[in-house]
Design a protein around this ligand. Sequence first.
Ligand code: CMX
Length: 136
Amino acid sequence: MINKIEHIGIAVNSVEQANEIYIQLLGVKPYKQEEVASEMVVTSFFKTGDSKIELLEAKSPESAISKFIEKRGEGLHHIAFEVSDIVAEMENLKQLGFTLLSDKPKRGADNKLICFVHPKSANGVLVELCQEIKEE
Ligand code: CMX
């Protein structure tokens, strides 16, 4: 079951420069900046009310963010939905015919397990499922 929109991801050329714009826009500073080596990105997270925005900058030309910006320019990259049980939700979406981009959840930014759904499966929108990692 999907609980809510957890965050919206925005692809940017430079997190440092985009931070300045989003600090002005949202009137708050990022609460976290984090490099995700597996995704070859550096991320910056803002909180506004209950909502979160993730800025994503590529750290390698091989990163999905580099390819996205090359093809489409900076902008809205993905919508992430919070789920309580990511494995069950992945199985559910697979059964429903969605194309998942990994067989197992991966560790993503901001202490989450994540899995992406191909944009061609969801009307041109890259969808991320994410579940908070609760350390025992
Ligand atoms: N939103 C909407 N459409 C997108 C997209 C996005 N974010 N990224 C690519 N596309 C579109 C392309 O424009 C292209 O469309 P056309 O065929 O109409 O030109 C199509 O999807 C391409 O699909 P593809 O050839 O299968 O794959 P690509 O090599 O372009 O890669 C994707 C696309 C989604 C499979 C890849 O970007 C991916 O695996 N993403 C998941 C991982 C990721 O995005 N990581 C970065 C964020 C990490 C984080 O949040 O921490």
